[in-house]
Design a protein around this ligand. Structure first.
Ligand SMILES: NC(=O)c1ccc[n+]([C@@H]2O[C@H](COP(=O)([O-])OP(=O)(O)OC[C@H]3O[C@@H](n4cnc5c(N)ncnc54)[C@H](OP(=O)(O)O)[C@@H]3O)[C@@H](O)[C@H]2O)c1
Length: 356
């Protein structure tokens, strides 16, 4: 009960209700929607284009990688061990709907990307810069929301370090490659969970203080940081023809459920917890293929052609305020606050020692 305070439980209930509304329209009632503005069937040929996807070994990252490969892109799968990268490439190459001519386009880097370590991020980025001449798409997808508090290798609250700081450092290190691949697209995968960030969440004095830790506000802070980072970066690299946007993928049946199992297992047997989470996902959640659509859209050449940058999109590939039912995952007022975005940028630049 200490870990799950009242505020966390209320936040969880609100998340579940909003998610339930959102996913009803994402998954079950989609036939009643107006025709979607965009679907994966609209992906053009991506031959000659290179993408890098973080968290590519499972869930949304895997589905995103597969879809990009199917359309001819070269896809660098960033994972937290070299073995995971090799296994992921093998699984992608064995996918029945991946045309044989594109199988060799799945690339496992020889260096791992462990996002809880800024040193690992720097080494990975150096390797990519040494081996790739250009990058057209960067999908900052990896993320986590563990039940318990812990610190990254560099001493920062883990999910803030992985979800925000590491992706900030990775993206800035890769800007020269993105510039070489311009018009390039960067996608930062956020969440409707950004709405659970506390008002003063960027008062960083309590970031690494376990006694102030609450799970959902901590996740919310990291996901709000994703949106604000995308807004700031979009402004700062506009003249380099790098287009940067953030996305809420929807409620998607991925390995993200492992945290929910851990939470439910505090109140019931692990077996019952697994079956409960499985039923909830089965009843409501989108498939990873459908969930990947919004981040895929933001990686498309069309985004540059239409000058879409600094925006936040929700399922299915819609700008946050373009559809009533998307309100469940819409941007909070803080997510549209450029002053807050700059404050976050300055803090992150100082702590990581990296700036443009
Ligand atoms: N699923 C949803 O309903 C949902 C909703 C809103 C937003 N999102 C966002 O979608 C993104 C993808 O999540 P998902 O649903 O696909 O979850 P997932 O299946 O759990 O995948 C998360 C990915 O992130 C990687 N990752 C986690 N910590 C890492 C670290 N320290 N270093 C390197 N990689 C790390 C994981 O690698 P390992 O397998 O090695 O741990 C995995 O590949 C996340 O940013 C999440 O916040 C998901």
């Amino acid at each position: 009960m200490t870990l799950l305070s009242c505020a966390t439980i209320v936040a969880l209930v609100v998340v579940v209700v909003s998610v339930a509304i959102n996913l009803s329209f994402d998954a079950k009632l989609r036939k009643y929607w107006p025709v979607p503005e965009w679907s994966v069937e609209d992906i053009p040929s991506l031959e000659g284009q290179t993408a890098l996807v973080t968290g590519a070994n499972t869930g949304l990252g895997y589905a995103t990688s597969l879809e990009l490969l199917k359309h001819g892109a070269k896809v660098i799968v960033a994972t937290r061990s070299e073995k995971k990268g090799i296994d992921t490439v093998k699984r992608l190459q064995a996918e029945p709907d991946l045309p044989a001519k594109y199988r060799e386009n799945a690339i496992a880097p020889k260096v791992a990307l462990e996002l809880s370590s800024l040193k690992s991020v720097a080494e990975f980025a150096e390797y990519i810069k040494d081996t790739e001449p250009q990058l057209n798409m960067l999908i900052n997808n990896a993320g986590l929301n563990p039940l318990n508090f812990s610190l990254s290798e560099d001493g920062y609250e883990l999910r803030f370090a992985v979800n925000h700081m590491a992706h900030y450092a990775l993206t800035l290190a890769l800007v020269p490659l993105l510039e070489a691949g311009a018009p390039a697209r960067v996608v930062v995968v956020s969440s409707l969970g950004h709405q659970f960030a506390a008002k003063d969440c960027f008062d960083f004095s309590t970031l690494n203080d376990e006694s102030k830790y609450e799970m959902m506000p901590a996740y919310g802070r990291s996901k709000l940081a994703n949106i604000l980072f995308a807004r700031s970066l979009a402004r700062k690299v506009k003249d380099k023809q790098i287009y940067v946007n953030s996305a809420h993928p929807g409620f998607v049946a991925t390995d993200f459920g492992r945290e929910l199992v851990d939470m439910a297992a505090e109140y019931m047997s692990r077996e019952n917890a697994e079956s409960l989470v499985k039923s909830v996902f089965g009843a409501f959640a989108m498939s990873p293929q459908d969930g990947a659509a919004t981040q895929l859209f933001l990686a498309m050449p069309e985004v540059a052609e239409r000058n879409i940058t600094g925006e936040y999109y929700v399922p299915m590939a819609r700008k946050h305020d373009s559809h009533f039912f998307a309100l469940a995952g819409g941007a909070s007022p803080e997510a549209l606050d450029d002053e807050l975005a700059e404050k976050l940028w300055q803090w992150t630049a100082k702590e990581t020692g990296i700036d443009l």
